[in-house]
Write a protein that binds this ligand. Structure first.
Ligand SMILES: [Cu+2]
Length: 290
């Protein structure tokens, strides 16, 4: 069951340590580079009592840092935060994230506790700010504007559907009510991963629009190797500003739209769910730019 939801484990480490303690002087500006290297756990980071801005998301810095009270990281996502320190003791916590679950997939009433994730915030580290006040740092300079692929012609469109169903080569599970073991399949467009098969062929150098749909009851964070994705619709709305990521969360029963410029690298690579248990159970496909 845990393998199908994506195993989260019981302990979250920060740089290999359990709840480490960091220290700083008041009035400093620090840059925190963060990667969610958890195999399945989503993080919603909050650092109470400190002034936090989002400087960059996944692959590059934003033109202007954004005020931030909490930042959501699916597995594989990265951020850079600017932390302007205030005297006191603060805790970095990860708040609960609802990423769906197996409800509705197994019949009724048999499985207890079958949604993923914790119900309570988890403390990740303690941040102690004390001592002499640091010199006020200079303002953060603006960064370059981000490329916007919406101003470029779209050569082709594809839809990838991320799904879960019975009958695959994934984890063994007890079939609801039947007493027999069945296999759960994790698929993209109905197929489990086959390294020998090319699933999506694209023209090298061209821009494509991909619609990533999720017909399962769990979120899937989708990662494309090599080429970054510009998110144009995150499932809730069309985005007005250019937003670039290399992992994008596709909500349960939802969809997102991305633009991709298949530049710089002709060849073959993969896309996959970044919940590694899902990837290992088949939720991965191949793409070739030629
Ligand atoms: Cu997944």
């Amino acid at each position: 069951m845990q393998q199908m939801m994506g195993r989260e484990g019981d302990v979250v480490l920060v740089n290999g340590q359990v709840r480490p303690r960091l220290s700083a002087a008041p009035g400093e500006r620090e840059r925190w580079r963060i990667v969610n290297a958890c195999p399945s756990r989503y993080l919603r980071l909050q650092l109470e009592g400190q002034q936090v801005q989002l400087l960059s998301r996944d692959l590059g810095r934003l033109p202007v840092p954004e005020e931030s009270t909490g930042v959501l990281l699916a597995p594989g996502n990265r951020v850079e935060l600017l932390v302007e320190t205030t005297e006191g003791s603060a805790k970095l916590v990860t708040a609960p994230v609802d990423r769906g679950g197996m409800n509705g997939m197994m019949g009724e009433g048999r499985m207890g506790g079958n949604s993923a994730g914790d119900d309570e915030a988890i403390e990740l580290l303690t941040f102690e700010v004390s001592g002499d006040r640091a010199q006020t740092p200079n303002p953060v300079p603006a960064g370059p504007a981000l490329r916007d692929l919406r101003q470029e012609p779209v050569a082709a469109r594809h839809t990838l559907d991320f799904a879960m169903g019975m009958g695959g080569g994934g984890a063994m599970m007890d079939g609801a009510g039947s007493g027999e073991n069945t296999m759960m399949a994790f698929t993209i467009n109905g197929r489990e991963f086959d390294a020998a098969r090319t699933d999506t062929a694209v023209a090298a150098g061209a821009v494509q629009e991909w619609t990533l749909t999720n017909s399962s009851p769990m979120d899937h964070p989708v990662h494309l190797h090599v080429w970054p994705m510009q998110i144009i619709d995150d499932g809730d709305r069309n985005l007005s500003e250019p937003r670039w990521q290399d992992v994008v969360n596709v909500p349960a029963r939802g969809q997102v739209k991305v633009l991709i410029a298949f530049e710089d690298f002709p060849g073959r690579t993969v896309y996959h769910c970044h919940i590694l248990d899902h990837e290992d159970q088949g939720m991965m496909g191949t793409v070739e730019a030629r």
